[in-house]
Design a protein. Structure first.
Length: 264
């Protein structure tokens, strides 16, 4: 018994407070695994991945940036036939997105990948020691074949980090701001992000984009060091910090973003 409990027992009319009974958290509903369904469009079978999501409030169609697959996402309690009916009604849209999908380009010997939008052929060099180097317009990757993809990915990430670090620090200095950290990650939903503490993060996929687009994305995130929104003042500062045309860079990303996600 604590000293407080002893003193409380000596005072007349003092009741011991009721202890709250802990309430067990409601278990999250178990969601079924994604399944492949077929939607018909003018006699053409279209494969769609049907999945439930606890975050979904309505049924929707989404395109997986990495695989290119069309996903039918529905709330946990929506009737299956309601979700499938939505997909059938959107069969023409699904067919159009399927036709637009660019084929994946794995990192392998002979693959052609754009390095800052300049095509480079991947050459596997099992006879050489080291990592990756550029020679005669080709990306030479040393070592064993099973390590080629990872080795090339790590090298590309390092090249991008060096490029965006130089740009970010220079642009931040122009507006009297400081970048505290630079990171690059293989993200599929954002080209870049800015933390309140001054850390900037960029998608490794930018290594495949033109230098003017990389410059714009860096300017975009540096502008967020001043404006944590997308208001008029933010866009005015982004335009000031961008060497090229902001509208043209944004249009390029809209047209080519999915293609960049299919590389590697």
């Amino acid at each position: 018994m604590s000293l407080f409990d002893s003193l409380r027992d000596l005072l007349p009319g003092t009741a011991r407070p009721k202890r709250r009974t802990p309430v067990a958290a409601k278990p999250k509903p178990l969601l079924p695994p994604p399944e492949a369904i077929t939607v018909d469009h003018a006699g053409v079978p279209l494969v769609v991945m049907f999945e439930r999501s606890a975050k979904a409030r309505r049924v929707s169609l989404r395109v997986d940036q990495r695989s290119g697959r069309v996903r039918l996402v529905a709330p946990p309690r929506m009737a299956r036939e309601t979700a499938l009916g939505f997909a059938r009604a959107q069969a023409a849209w699904i067919h159009g997105r399927t036709l637009r999908q660019s084929p994946p380009v794995p990192f392998a010997d002979g693959a052609v990948i754009p390095l800052f939008d300049t095509p480079h052929v991947v050459r596997h060099r099992p006879d050489r020691r080291g990592t990756v180097w550029i020679e005669d317009g080709a990306l030479h990757v040393a070592g064993r074949a099973e390590h080629l993809s990872r080795r090339l990915h790590d090298w590309l990430a390092g090249e991008l980090r060096a490029r965006v670090s130089t740009l970010a620090h220079a642009k931040a200095a122009r507006i009297d701001r400081k970048v505290t950290r630079i990171t690059v990650r293989d993200t599929a939903t954002q080209w870049g992000s800015c933390a309140r503490a001054g850390g900037l993060s960029f998608s490794t996929r930018l290594i495949f984009a033109p230098t003017m687009v990389v410059d714009y994305v860096v300017a975009h995130e540096v502008a967020h060091l001043v404006h944590a929104n997308h208001g008029p003042q933010f866009w005015a500062l982004t335009t000031k910090l961008t060497d090229g045309d902001v509208a043209a860079c944004r249009a390029w990303l809209r047209r080519n973003g999915e293609r960049l996600m299919r590389l590697g």
